[in-house]
Ligand binder design. Structure first.
Ligand SMILES: [Zn+2]
Length: 527
């Protein structure tokens, strides 16, 4: 009243149009007051709302009305659109669409926002939102919390409330010369994995701050929510985390197949404080490469340093399976990584394999120096937001001529290999060492968006390795030899001499190159 009049109230579409009494000038502000209530009427057979529950509510800014036209509400399926006489809709705007790059892919209501909130909940629950606690009080049987963020953040926030216990620890920030408190808010009893999660958070904070840029917040908070949903998500200094992907995990590190996923998932989410919350791409193709693939890369590096490069095969194998399985059921078209249209099998599955390979071929320090330069250039920028073309440019400038092809194949093309070891023998030499002979059969293909393949003419340096016999706990051991060799299409006869007794040989032992058949890369040596 006074500042705006209601010009349209479409109660069917839930759309309201207001006309401002005085137009809003650039940089000016206007209070927007709204009352929202949400009520679940009965319950459906499936997919009922589990965001608001007795203990462990988790609601995001998506519940609030948004300004302007909401493109993401449009029908997506080509089939469904056809039945309404609508043309197919591109999944995302072109990577170079400058208009679409005026917004981040997270929000089109606002860019970097100032955030302050007061939230109330039941008397025995703790309510949490991004920012830092300013005040806490109880009134009329409800508990109130007031949070203030001290710096601009993405227009993307969340509110959680539950009967929490708190696990507190500190991360010593050797770059910023400070101590940053980490708090895990958890369901009483769910203490099994708190130490792993805490270790994952610290390792990612250390890795990312040393290699990319300082951590922008004074605190990290991880908040458990119920296992109705199975994911974790990073908001500014605030990480909601499902009980099912960390808090109740039973990790057995004596089992060589087991993965410390509470550690891994926490590292991934903390890395998002850089990859999404510092660097955020425009609302175009390719932008989830700089969020999800780089968060995965950071988490993989944390794992590599914690457990050894020779343990990475199981992670990259899983990532490759995710990619290969995903492309098999792609409903529209597959795109190269640099044009990813938010397909998880591409930005997680392929993205992590590609980034892992790049740090091996280029060198981790060199790659991280390129990432650091990129962060410096685009972190916290205003529109137009960065895109994958700009990002890949940083990689290209860091890479020698000999690796430009690898970048093209991995980011700009859909490239697949079929690498396998067909035979392997060894014999002891008079000097006590062992000569190893083996044959690698290698093929390389380029695929188009519908999966048609053609042989690729270029040949590359591929990793080959010789391994000792596994010890009795069957844990992966460091190789006796690991080198890159230029392989031609077809059969490649290789010969090496190693000083200790070999047991198996491999081509691309850690699955750095997308390979249609993963389980024939390693072969035991014939006795
Ligand atoms: Zn993520």
């Amino acid at each position: 009243p006074g500042t705006a009049t209601l010009a349209l109230n479409d109660t069917v579409a839930g759309l309201r149009l207001y006309r401002l009494t005085r137009p809003l000038a650039p940089g000016d502000s206007l209070p927007l007051t709204m009352t929202i209530d949400y009520r679940e009427l009965g319950f459906p057979n499936s997919d009922s709302n589990t965001d608001i529950v007795d203990n462990g509510s988790f609601i995001s800014s998506g519940y609030l009305p948004s300004l302007g036209y909401r493109e993401e509400a449009e029908l997506r399926s080509d089939q469904e659109r056809k039945s309404y006489g609508l043309k197919p809709r591109p999944r995302m705007a072109n990577v170079n669409d400058l208009k679409a790059r005026q917004n981040t892919y997270i929000s089109s209501d606002a860019d970097w926002i100032r955030f302050r909130t007061t939230i109330s909940t039941e008397a025995d629950q703790t309510a949490i939102a991004p920012g830092y606690l300013q005040k806490e009080w109880t009134k009329d049987g409800r508990r109130y919390f007031s949070y203030l963020m001290d710096r601009p953040m993405l227009n993307f926030y969340t509110f959680l409330s539950a009967r929490y216990l708190e696990k507190k620890d500190n991360w010593v920030d050797t770059v910023g010369h400070r101590t940053v408190p980490i708090t895990i808010y958890y369901q009483p009893g769910h203490t099994y994995d708190l130490a792993r999660m805490m270790a994952g958070a610290k390792a990612a904070l250390s890795y990312c701050s040393r290699n990319f840029s300082p951590y922008q917040h004074q605190q990290v908070r991880i908040l458990e929510f119920p296992k109705y949903q199975s994911f974790a998500q990073s908001f500014a200094n605030t990480i909601p985390f499902s009980e099912s992907i960390g808090f109740i995990a039973k990790v057995d590190l004596k089992d060589p197949e087991d993965i410390d996923y509470p550690f891994y998932v926490t590292a991934h989410e903390v890395a998002h404080q850089w990859w999404a919350h510092q660097v955020i791409g425009g609302n175009v193709q390719g932008s989830t490469l700089m969020a999800e693939s780089l968060a995965e890369y950071s988490a993989l590096m944390v794992m590599k340093h914690a457990f050894g490069y020779y343990t990475m095969q199981k992670f990259l194998n899983l990532d490759q399976r995710r990619y290969l399985g995903g492309r098999a059921v792609e409903s529209k078209k597959e795109v190269p990584l640099a044009l990813v249209e938010n397909q998880q099998y591409i930005h997680y599955g392929k993205g992590s394999v590609v980034m892992y390979a790049l740090q091996d071929y280029l060198g981790e320090q060199k790659l991280n120096a390129a990432l650091r330069d990129y962060v410096k250039a685009v972190a916290f920028q205003g529109p137009p937001y960065t895109n994958s073309t700009e990002f890949v440019g940083y990689l290209r400038r860091a890479a020698p001529d000999s690796l430009q092809q690898l970048i093209t194949d991995n980011f700009d093309r859909i490239t697949l290999y079929e690498n396998r070891v067909t035979d392997a023998t060894s014999q002891q030499l008079p000097d006590g060492r062992y000569q190893v002979n083996f044959t690698v059969k290698s093929e390389k293909f380029y695929a188009d968006s519908t999966g048609n393949q053609r042989p690729a003419p270029e040949r590359d340096y591929l990793p080959v390795a010789i391994f000792p016999a596994p010890d009795k706990d069957k844990k992966p051991a460091p190789p006796l030899l690991l080198v890159k060799r230029r392989l031609v299409t077809g059969e490649n006869k290789l010969q090496f001499v190693v000083s200790r007794k070999p047991a198996s040989v491999a081509v691309d032992p850690y699955h750095e190159l997308v390979d249609r058949t993963l389980d024939d890369n390693t072969k035991d040596i014939k006795r």
